[in-house]
Design a protein around this ligand. Structure first.
Ligand SMILES: Cc1c2[nH]c(c1CCC(=O)O)Cc1[nH]c(c(CCC(=O)O)c1C)Cc1[nH]c(c(CCC(=O)O)c1C)Cc1[nH]c(c(C)c1CCC(=O)O)C2
Length: 344
């Protein structure tokens, strides 16, 4: 007899589940009082990520409170630049800061330090895994090379990634060299996560928006494919969810050419369009607007119903189209789950 699969893994294997499995991007975070309490024990955000006991605890908090179908390990996409020898720090209220990096210096990025520098993240996964309920899937993740590169080049977040785009067009050899180094470190990191117990891997390309097709092909598709190939070559066959946020009409190309198992959609994607252009059996994760979750009330129910209806009959994981915001009341998350699970 086959062992019944965890709902999230079943959907990633191409099954349709009603109700769909559900988890939320940034589900461990400041909207939870218990997160803020643990967070205050660490001197800064980076140290928090590198303290397995604390990171494991906040990974588990949303599972205990809401019973989500997946736990996502607590870490950040900006740990890879640290492994590559860059300084990263977080300024409260301002977000991440890095020393701006010139892609021409890409050969100076340190290779081979991933296992050593990011070992605590593996430890977080090992601590979390045995504490999860039987039906809960453990997700590992990394940022995609382009998104990580934007933070490295800009020295932090930026409005339109202008400097990064200029660098990508003006010096393709250096820029692609930088992306390859990031991709190789990322592949090694993801392999380590799978070996430490991650059952699904997710690649966050949060700043894939607004790129002309030739650049999208070079900086999004090619490095993503490189990571997927390396992970597969290492014998790791866990499902990989790709999230090229804002890819728009280039989502189908990304789905066909990167080798990812499933696609995470952003808030702007029209489900009817996506259904008509994506392969039928491709699992999708989508894509409630986080501001609807903040708004709550009748509009939250009707938006949940619209997405459930739009994706019915397809392998679908319910999620947000971007991370949950710190101002979301816990009661709204409970309402969301009750609405999704009422279709049971
Ligand atoms: C771009 C990006 C980052 N980090 C991440 C992305 C990609 C997803 C996205 O687009 O949102 C991914 C991320 N960051 C975090 C997780 C943990 C797992 C989860 O619960 O989803 C994940 C998957 C924790 C975090 N990472 C961060 C927090 C908040 C910091 C805190 O608690 O002090 C959390 C819970 C900090 C962070 N980290 C980053 C930024 C821009 C910020 C500051 C934003 C803010 O202040 O809200 C970089």
């Amino acid at each position: 007899m086959l062992t019944p699969q965890k709902p999230l893994l079943a959907v990633l294997a191409g099954e349709t589940r009603t109700p769909p499995p559900v988890w939320l991007m940034r589900q461990a975070g400041r909207y939870l009082a218990e997160y803020r309490q643990v967070r205050s024990k660490a001197a800064n955000f980076i140290e928090f990520c590198f303290t397995p006991e604390l990171a494991a605890e906040v990974t588990l908090q949303p599972i205990r409170r809401f019973g989500f179908d997946a736990a996502i390990m607590f870490a950040d996409i900006l740990l890879i630049p640290i492994a590559l020898g860059r300084k990263v720090w977080f300024v409260t209220g301002e977000g991440p800061k890095l020393e701006p990096f010139n892609p021409a210096d890409f050969e100076g990025l340190t290779e081979g330090r991933v296992a050593e520098v990011l070992a605590p993240i593996g430890e977080t996964l090992r601590l979390v895994k045995p504490q999860l309920p039987d039906n809960t899937t453990l997700i590992g993740f990394a940022g995609s090379p382009w998104t990580v590169a934007t933070y490295m080049v800009e020295g932090g977040g930026s409005k339109d990634r202008y400097a990064t785009r200029v660098a990508a067009w003006s010096d393709p050899v250096a820029f692609d060299g930088m992306l390859d180094r990031i991709a190789d470190a990322t592949a090694e990191y993801l392999i380590m996560q799978a070996n430490a117990g991650a059952e699904v891997l997710k690649l966050f390309d949060s700043w894939a928006e607004g790129l002309p097709e030739p650049l999208f092909e070079r900086v999004i598709i090619r490095p993503t494919r490189r990571i997927v190939d390396r992970v597969r070559a290492a014998g790791i066959d866990v499902p990989i969810i790709g999230f090229p946020r804002g890819a728009g009409t280039l989502y189908p190309r990304y789905a066909r050419e990167t080798g990812v198992t499933a696609l995470a959609l952003d808030t702007a994607v029209q489900p009817e369009w996506a259904r008509s252009v994506l392969p039928d059996n491709l699992p999708v994760q989508g894509h409630l607007d986080p501001s609807v979750l903040r708004a709550g009330g009748a509009v939250l129910d009707s938006e949940v119903d619209r997405l459930l209806e739009a994706w019915s009959g397809r392998p679908h994981i319910f999620n947000l189209g971007h991370g949950i915001t710190p101002d979301v009341p816990v009661a709204h998350v409970e309402q969301l789950l009750a609405r999704i699970r009422r279709s049971a």
